[in-house]
Every structure is written in structure tokens, then in C-alpha cells.
Design a protein around this ligand. Structure first.
Ligand code: HPA
Ligand code: ZN
Length: 350
């Protein structure tokens, strides 16, 4: 159970305590998806923005999603409360504090510039706000930004977004692709990805969430990504599963998102453990925690319960999250050592 600030108040179980202390990174988190209802109301009041909700209960009632698009409609609308540099800073600070409380040592954070620039907000306002909060939170939790192109908009708009971001690219490490997947395949974005990679960004892409396994192949083959966001529909294609394992392509899986967006309404049928058994570098992440009922620790616990994962599995997932990150090798080794020390000092189950 969480209180209105989103802080857990239950007496923790042993597994709960183990998961939240386990050092990890988070690699699939949309900062706009961390906008808690309370902050939405606070920013709406601060900025004089009208909301279609009268209370937190009404907001929660609206979060019954039939699919990805029904979520995106609400998510883009809510982002209208974010207007000033301080708003973007507050959003990032709140996320980093929650993530740190879940054992996250490093986060690679998606943001959707077009959601803001299309409302007349300067991309510099957005990025400066995020970076000030990121600098304040380090070194307890380090973080980088991944600029996402909205795939329901044309590739030409992605190119314009990249150009607008150029003066700020020292703060951006990666490029991603998100929003409505069906009918918007990765290959449409070949040109903006080519330009982003030329500008020094590391490419990742959402693929195989609602879209078919072929979208995962084109993200690999056309966009050149080595880390796929979601990728869960790979389970339909055994040859692709083999390839992901063989080529050590990472998947950033988000169990509670998959459940809430009806990708796997029954988490007991989720393929995460089958991917692990096939040797894929799978990670667990929260996607849009304010909308899907939990931050990264909650995602570890939910999938552990649904699939009967052991502590050893959970440690493997945390290790994968470090391996699959963009961190330099030296920091990866240090974090793996932290995991080793944590596990060896943690008391055995009663
Ligand atoms: N999929 C695609 N786009 C998104 C998502 C997602 O899960 N969350 C935020 N934007
Ligand atoms: Zn996502």
C-alpha cells in the first residue's frame, strides 16, 4: 500500500526488503510517466492549467487502460501541467528520490521533447530543468537522458527535434523511439536515427510491445540498436529469441506496464523467465510508474510473485541491468561488486 505521496507504508516482507536494497539500474523509465496525480494537481494550480479531474480518486479511475493508445491519450494530456524549468526539475527530483529508495544507483531516463515543444515550450527549458535535478541527486544516484522521437509523428519532425536539441547534446546520451507502435514501424525513422548516431547518441528503440516481432528485427537491422525497449513479443518468434541471446541484445522489460496495457493481463503468462532461460540479457523496469501502479522495486516484486522467481533470479536481473546500461566498464565493475557485497552480507531467508 502507498500513501498519497506514493511512499510505501506497509511492513516490508523479507523479499520486499531484499529487492529494495539490491543495487540496480533502471533503463526504461519515461520521466513524463512519473508525474504522480498529486504533483499533477500541484503543478496545475501553480501554472493555472485546467485539468479534467476533480480529485485523485477521479484520476485513478481514469487509469483503467484498454491498450497502449488509451494510456497515451491521458499521458500526453497530463504533461500540459509541465511548463517551467522548475516543473521539469521537480519532476526529475521526485523520480530520482523514489528510484534511489528502490536501490537504483543509475538511471537512463527517456524524455519526449515533442510533447513539450509542440506546446511552445523551449527544449532548453526542459533539458535545463532535468539536468539541474540530476546534478543535485548525484552521486547517490547518477542518471543520463535518452531523447525519444514520437513515432506517431513524421520522421521530418524527429529531424527537427534532433536539430533543436543539438545545443544541449552534452546532456543527452541516447536516442529512443516511443508512442503508438502499431502502424509506425522503426524503419520509418532510419534517417533521424542515422543523424542521431552521427551526433554521438546511442540508439535504442521501443519495439515488440504491441507491434509484431518484425519491428524488433527492423529496430536491430535498420536502426542499429543493441537494446530493445519491451521486446516481449519476441516470444512469438523462437528464431528471434535465439538471435537476441546470441547477439547479447538487451531487453528492457516492464512487467506492470505490460499488465496494465493488456499486453499480458495475466502476469503469470509473462515470458520474462523464458527469456532469462534462453540466455537473453533481460532487465526489469517501470516504464510509467505513476500510471501503472509501481516503481522499479514493485516491478521486481510483482514479476517475482507471478513467476515464482528466486532471489538468485532477482540478483541476475539486477546484474543484467548494470551490464545492459551505457555505463563505462569501470563503473559497471564497481556496481557488480556492490551487488556481490550486498548479497553476501544479506541474511539468509528465515
Ligand atoms: N510505449 C510506447 N510509448 C510510451 C510508453 C510505452 O510503454 N510509455 C510512454 N511512452
Ligand atoms: Zn516505454
Amino acid at each position: 500500500m502507498t500513501d498519497k505521496e506514493g511512499i510505501r507504508r506497509e511492513v516490508p516482507t523479507d523479499l520486499d526488503r531484499f529487492v529494495r536494497g539490491l543495487p540496480k539500474s533502471e533503463l526504461h523509465i519515461h520521466i513524463e510517466g512519473t508525474l504522480e496525480a498529486q504533483m499533477m494537481f500541484d503543478l496545475a494550480r501553480r501554472n493555472g492549467v485546467a485539468l479534467p479531474y476533480g480529485s485523485i480518486e477521479e484520476v485513478e479511475a481514469a487509469y483503467a487502460f484498454a491498450d497502449l493508445q488509451s494510456f497515451l491519450d491521458i499521458y500526453y494530456q497530463a504533461a500540459a501541467v509541465l511548463q517551467k524549468e522548475a516543473d521539469f526539475a521537480d519532476l526529475m527530483s521526485a523520480y530520482l528520490a523514489r528510484a534511489a529508495a528502490d536501490g537504483v544507483r543509475h538511471a537512463e531516463v527517456f524524455f519526449d521533447p515533442q510533447t513539450h515543444t509542440d506546446r511552445g515550450i523551449d527544449i532548453g527549458t526542459v533539458i535545463r530543468g532535468f539536468v539541474s535535478a540530476q546534478e543535485d541527486a548525484a552521486p547517490d544516484i547518477t542518471s543520463t537522458l535518452i531523447l525519444c522521437f514520437l513515432r506517431h509523428l513524421p520522421a521530418a519532425a524527429a529531424v527537427e527535434t534532433l536539430d533543436a536539441a543539438r545545443p544541449h547534446l552534452e546532456h543527452v546520451q541516447g536516442v529512443g523511439l516511443d508512442s503508438g507502435e502499431k502502424g509506425n514501424p522503426p524503419e520509418l525513422f532510419a534517417e533521424p536515427y542515422r543523424m542521431a548516431v552521427e551526433a554521438g547518441l546511442i540508439p535504442v528503440a521501443h519495439a515488440g510491445e504491441e507491434g509484431p516481432p518484425g519491428y524488433i528485427r527492423s529496430a536491430l537491422d535498420v536502426l542499429g540498436v543493441r537494446r530493445i525497449d519491451h521486446g516481449v513479443r519476441a516470444w512469438e518468434d523462437p528464431e528471434l529469441v535465439d538471435r537476441l541471446a546470441r547477439e547479447r541484445v538487451a531487453l528492457t522489460v516492464c512487467p506492470l506496464s505490460n499488465q496494465r496495457l493488456q499486453v499480458f493481463p495475466d502476469l503469470g503468462l509473462h515470458p520474462l523467465k523464458r527469456f532469462m532461460d534462453a540466455g537473453i540479457l533481460v532487465t526489469v523496469n517501470s516504464d510509467d510508474p505513476a500510471y501503472f501502479g509501481g516503481y522499479v522495486g514493485d516491478n521486481y516484486l510483482a514479476i517475482a510473485e507471478a513467476l515464482g522467481l528466486t532471489r538468485t533470479d532477482l540478483v541476475q536481473l539486477a546484474r543484467n541491468s548494470i551490464d545492459a546500461s551505457f555505463l563505462p566498464d569501470g563503473r559497471k565493475v564497481a556496481l557488480q561488486d556492490e551487488i556481490t557485497a550486498y548479497v553476501s552480507s544479506y541474511p539468509a531467508s528465515p
